[in-house]
Design a protein around this ligand. Structure first.
Ligand code: COA
Length: 177
């Protein structure tokens, strides 16, 4: 698999089933998500439909192979004082990992988030996940803490690491509170 022919673009409703398939593979086979049962095809419908500034869903699509993965920014916690904060995440099909696609998705996602004036982004990374931590570190996220044994999956207790990225200081356009 090569990058030739892979585009990164905003998600559309027609992408929902393929996005859910990528997600459900992670549900069943990894600690990347604390969901333990598969989700329906419309799992990301509200994310894709959101027109709220700071909310984005991007997909990586290969012309021959179809949807390879996605990244999104969404509500961190549904309280007004968190309006300037977004939680971000990214999921790739197993065969699409380790060749720079996570970087491509995050570069585009964070450019959009910054342009919208989002003040800070949070990533919650279940442990261990060296690929995700390397990706977030590459985009200026810092490890700000670890919650001990907050998850229970595959018969064991799981820590989550919190990674945070502040809006770059050179960004001077719109600013969310
Ligand atoms: C995490 C994930 C999105 C990373 O995307 P990716 O396309 O595989 O990563 P990239 O090829 O863009 O590499 C990004 C960085 O991670 C590093 N990396 C990639 N795979 C790695 C691995 N298995 N172990 C350690 N580092 C790794 C790369 O070297 C690169 O670091 P650098 O910029 O310092 O050189 C992808 O592996 C994935 O979808 N994993 C399963 C779902 C998941 O864990 N999502 C995150 C939930 S928090």
């Amino acid at each position: 698999m090569t990058d030739a022919g892979t585009v990164v673009r905003p998600a559309e409703p027609s992408d929902l089933a393929a996005m859910a398939a990528v997600y459900n593979d992670a549900v069943l086979h990894s600690l990347a998500t604390f969901d333990v049962e598969t989700r329906p095809d419309d799992h990301y419908a509200a994310h894709v439909a959101s027109a709220r500034p700071g909310d984005h869903v991007l997909v990586a699509e290969d012309v021959a192979l179809g949807l390879l993965g996605y990244a999104f920014s969404t509500t961190y916690r549904p309280r007004p004082a968190y309006d300037g904060t977004r939680e971000v995440s990214v999921y790739l099909a197993e065969a699409a990992r380790g060749r720079g696609l996570g970087r491509r998705l995050y570069a585009e996602l964070l450019a959009r988030v910054d342009a919208d004036g989002v003040h800070t982004c949070i990533a919650v990374i279940a442990q261990p996940n060296p690929a995700s931590e390397a990706l977030h570190a590459a985009f200026g996220f810092e490890h700000v803490g670890t919650l001990r044994e907050v998850g229970h999956k595959f018969g064991g207790r799981v820590d989550t690491a919190l990674w945070q990225r502040m809006r770059p200081s050179w960004e001077t356009s719109a600013q969310m509170s």
